[in-house]
Design a protein around this ligand. Structure first.
Ligand SMILES: [Zn+2]
Ligand SMILES: [Zn+2]
Length: 102
């Protein structure tokens, strides 16, 4: 696994959408990010949710849990985000900004 440079020193008081998206997209297997949200649960506790589009290889080889885990670690260690809700999607999973109940 490629080592990643920590882009930010400390935790910024406000998270920048593009910055967080770029940080995630800099990871191996991560093609794109959408439905990215972050908010504060309680004082100082940050939460983030996002849909993570991974490569075909990552999705089909069953590697995606590793990618999810590495993202969670990255978000916690570099941005101090403890609560993450992440959904992985294969490359052709385009929901056109809508999700339907099963
Ligand atoms: Zn999605
Ligand atoms: Zn992967």
């Amino acid at each position: 696994m490629k080592s990643i440079a920590i882009l930010m020193e400390g935790t910024p008081p406000e998270l920048d959408y593009d910055e967080v998206a770029e940080l995630l997209k800099s990871r191996e297997h991560i093609l794109d990010i959408h439905d990215l949200h972050f908010w504060t649960i309680s004082s100082g506790v940050l939460a983030l949710s996002a849909h993570i589009e991974v490569t075909d290889e990552c999705a089909s080889s069953g590697h995606w849990p590793n990618c999810l885990h590495s993202i969670q670690v990255l978000l916690r260690d570099s941005l101090g985000i403890e609560h993450t809700t992440l959904q992985t999607e294969p490359p052709r999973f385009r929901e056109e900004r809508q999700h339907f109940a099963p």
